[in-house]
Design a protein around this ligand. Structure first.
Ligand code: NCD
Ligand code: ZN
Length: 335
């Protein structure tokens, strides 16, 4: 097979930034029909009004995708804030435990304090998106700790709450989502399907593969590939594309985040093809997530062709995932 036409994909987790970076980051996601925009700007997107202003800035920056807006579920969030956000079209609330990733300082410490907020989200149908890592735990065990303790508490305490465990990286998380009810789903990134911790620190330090949650063991990666290519509708694409300026990555205290948006579909095609699962790519990229969020899959299509091309070393000061490597599939763009 040398060409592949699939419904236009959606990205159910991306960072399109703010300030000068916004104008660079937004067009990078234009292969997608809809993008669930993460709220971890400085300050976070906290209210309906913040989400509206951010949405307008994203459209002004040249988005051809429809931005699906989130608010950050912070210690200051109230049920009224949730209801107001829902009325104004916000689709999800993103919860960052304190300090686990980029711009999450001052995040949530005790989830029990937020019970009325989760109740309101349940009532309004706002999806709860989780950065599923427990602060303070050894870095490789943070996601497993969250999956063993916090996730079951949320699932049993709020049985009507739709929950997405974002950017899963472990076999434990995959198993928990498989075993859970249908209203608990998970996003999987492109880079976590492609790399392990060896690609971050196994040889020379590779800051452009450093993200949160960090890539894990080969067995974990295999479990993610199994889940993504299985056809199970609980698993769908959220790239977690997270561009940072090159100098913010290539330094001491370098920022976490892998920039994948413009090559996400090409890399995915390689991964699915290697599994003999190209026929399941569309479900993962364009159907399961839309279904989970109660949206219709796109009526538009995109085309991928088998064509070798080199990923540039840098795109306007942003180093993309797989920079300098040759990819075997390419997305066909109009211009
Ligand atoms: C993200 C970012 O840079 O905003 N970084 C990352 O490593 N994934 C935040 C996040 O999603 O954790
Ligand atoms: Zn993210």
């Amino acid at each position: 097979m040398n060409r592949l036409e699939i419904r236009r994909p959606d990205d159910f987790h991306a960072h399109v930034r703010q300030g000068p970076l916004l104008a660079q980051a937004v067009p990078m996601s234009n292969d997608f029909g809809r993008v669930l925009v993460m709220p971890n700007t400085v300050p976070h997107v906290l209210t309906a009004a913040d989400a509206k202003a951010y949405r307008e800035a994203i459209v002004d920056a040249g988005a051809s995708f429809e931005p699906l807006m989130t608010i950050s579920i912070a210690p200051s969030t109230t049920p009224e804030i949730v209801r107001e956000a829902s009325v104004h079209g916000v689709v999800a609330g993103k919860l960052y435990p304190d300090g686990v990733t980029t711009n999450s300082e001052g995040g949530v410490r005790d989830l029990a304090d937020l019970e009325p907020v989760f109740r309101a989200m349940e009532e309004c149908g706002l999806v709860l998106c989780l950065h599923g890592e427990t602060p303070g735990v050894f870095v490789l065990d943070r996601e497993a700790a969250f999956v063993e303790t916090t996730l079951p508490w949320l699932v049993t305490s709020f049985p009507g709450l739709r929950i997405v465990l974002e950017h899963v990286t472990t076999a434990q998380a995959v198993d928990a989502v498989r075993a859970g009810p249908a209203h608990v789903g998970a996003t999987i990134t492109v880079h976590h399907l492609a790399i392990t911790l060896d690609d971050v620190i196994g040889d020379r330090l590779e800051p452009h593969n450093f993200c949160k949650p960090v890539a894990k063991r080969p067995d974990d990666r295999a479990a993610l590939v199994d889940a993504a290519t299985s056809g199970d509708p609980a698993f769908f694409l959220g790239t977690d594309s997270a561009p940072h300026l090159q100098e913010a990555k290539e330094c001491s205290g370098g920022a976490a985040g892998v920039f994948t948006a413009p090559l996400a579909l090409a890399v995915l095609a390689e991964i699915f093809e290697a599994r003999g699962a190209l026929d399941r790519l569309e479900g993962f990229t364009s159907v399961h997530g839309a279904d989970f969020y109660g949206l219709s899959p796109s009526e538009e299509t995109v085309e991928l062709v088998r064509h070798a091309w080199d990923v540039p070393a840098s795109i306007d000061g942003l180093v993309p995932f797989r920079a300098g490597r040759t990819l075997g599939w390419q997305i066909v763009r109009d211009s």
